[in-house]
Ligand binder design. Sequence first.
Ligand code: GLU
Length: 400
Amino acid sequence: MSRLSATLSRVKPSPTIAVTTKAQELKAAGRDVIGLGAGEPDFPTPAHIRAAGIRAIEEGKTKYTAVDGIPELKAAICAKFKRDNGLDYVPAQVSVASGGKQILYNALMATLNPGDEVLIPAPYWVSYPDMVLLAGGEPVIAPAGIETGFKLTPEALEAAITPKTRWFIFNSPSNPTGAGYTWDELKALTDVLLRHPHVWIMTDDMYEHLAYDGFEFCTPAQVEPALYDRTLTCNGVSKAYCMTGWRIGYAAGPQDLIAAMRKIQSQSTSNPCTISQWAAVEALNGSHDFIAENNTVFARRRDLVVKMLNEVEGIDCPTPNGAFYVYPSIAGLIGKTSAGGAKITDDEAFATALLEETGVAVVFGAAFGLSPNFRISYATSDEALKEACTRIQTFCKGLS
Ligand code: GLU
């Protein structure tokens, strides 16, 4: 292809998707690969939610719907925000899209002008900066390293805000670190934001229900009601409800912003899949019992992975209280050479050598803006995790 847009040259393909695709290709070619790249639960979508999708098909609910969601789903989302977060929204403040990604993208497209800055704590989920670039804005990265538990401090937030800051993107529990902010930690950040009325808050609450060790989730508009009018609270059914492929994300916020997002969606993709919307109604309104059961399994897997990784000299793996990721540091391994002769110059070289020499697929830290680390998604079977961690241990022991 000879001519691509200038905008496209500013962005890269999604590294999480690239690693997942690579692992699938190697598997298809007959290689013994354990994929710990993709952030998606290995559990099937619960039966009652699947049944709602099948019912929708049988009942002929297969036509176009309102661009940003059927009334039944918007009502279920309003009820969810009230029930879980104590937040009052009416349906006109709610937008439904094809996954959390489209929600964030619509919001950025609807609001950014050239030169506008979007403040993103690092490590961040891979798509935030590139979505900002696609929308014509400038990502501004604020460090939130391992020494502060991968959490942004109020000082670092204050220091990164400029007169051009349009949005602050907040994600807790975090992809890729699993770190969840306590109420007090979040309050310290919202106190800073109160002093900067030109900064809007985009929260990515996708991992809300994936919390361990008694961690209590909270979201900015709940912690500081004075920020309600400039907060877009984003969420979705993908992770907690094991519905990654159904593609339903949603958000609630100021009506004029929601209307602007609807305008973009009306001229791009129209409504999210009708069948998925009906399944999402059941997900939000139906029984949530399976979430606690899944979390028991996730916590056990997390403990297994953290323990086995920390047994390796040169790896430092904190224990996160949410999501299904760990984000170990490999500072102690940089500069070494693998048994297969690969020089571990950085975390990308580590992940590449690990995949080639052991068949374990992980995502390298540079993709998330903080090195030298790597991300493991532990949303896979205990057996696969044990085998993968054993291979990582052997690989690291072979470094010289
Ligand atoms: N959010 C998931 C991940 O981080 C899915 C892949 C993606 O959309 O980036 O692995």
